[in-house]
Design a binder for this molecule. Sequence first.
Ligand SMILES: *Cc1c(COP(=O)(O)O)cnc(C)c1O
Length: 372
Amino acid sequence: MELWQKMIRDSVNSGEDLVKKFDFDRELADKLNNLFHIRINPYYLSLIREKGDPIWLQCIPDEKELVEDNMPLDPLEEEKFSPVPSITHRYPDRVLFLTTSQCSMYCRFCTRKRKVSDPTKISMKFIQTGIDYISAHPEIRDVVLSGGDPLMLTNVMLEKILAGLRAIPHVEIIRLGTKIPCVLPQRVTAKLCKMIKKYHPIYVNTHFNHPWECTPEAKLSCEMLADAGCPVGNQAVLMKGVNDNAEVMLELHRKLLAMRVRPYYLYQADLTKGTNHFRVPVRVGLEIMDKLRGHTSGLAVPYYVIDAPGGGGKIPILPQYVLGRKDNKIILRNYKYDVFEYPDVVEDEIVEPVTNGKKDQPSEKINEKVLV
Ligand SMILES: *Cc1c(COP(=O)(O)O)cnc(C)c1O
């Protein structure tokens, strides 16, 4: 058994463990564990500094998860876009491929709680149907391995999947969506990196939410992946008490760049049942974005996105930089709120309004011209 596997074995893994470790009421601990499995491996546990801190909030269950919030179990309607159980095919040219239900730490805010942590749900047959689907759909050029956490698979199993995908001529890029560098960096071994290298181009998107997660161990694991030739990006989630202020977000994103991780997305929290206590107003997110852009390296600025409820996909939202138009000038403001006019190109023809949607899409379409 490798070190990382031992660490999973030695995790806080049940209501009983939670009671032993944190003085929880037993009945409450069991209830929470039944709702969504508890798992906190010893590494991530060691990052907690005090009760209720940003690390604690992400991994220790909370009574608030039990509140009846009328939120959906599947807010992004992944099931609706799921032609076979292991695939979500929402966008024209790329798919999400669920390869395991397991994680080395179960995030209490998980958007895929309904599928994650149940070991009975995923088998080789489940994975093979995904590979077969991708193989039969030549429009798919980008496959995002997700779960669960694909780096919870053994090297042998992961290699089977990578080799299976690489045997499909139309698959151009493969992405690993993994929180491992943040929650169990010991899993990133020289052996793993050597194996991954054989299947390039492979991109990695990891998931750090707070600067305390940027430890020497985490840094090493990201550097190893980068040295193995994987561009590493980060997808963070905006959460109350965790990272809902600009200073924390600035520090996080600067530290990530120093670990060779490029910020990619910052997600507005989804509406998943039992996670409502993490949500913050979009205004807060926009204010944070306003304090990043221009104030630090552009490389440190992620896209702030809302994954549209009902399955519309990720929609970027930006602070207002375009204030309006005056004649042929576009009125802009910069990061210091100074106002500038940019003389636009004069177009000599009136372009007919365009509706770019397909007929089966939601009816509320807006004229593209509204946008500029
Ligand atoms: C996020 C996501 C992707 C990848 O989106 P990108 O914007 O290309 O990173 C693909 N499929 C699904 C279902 C997703 O949620």
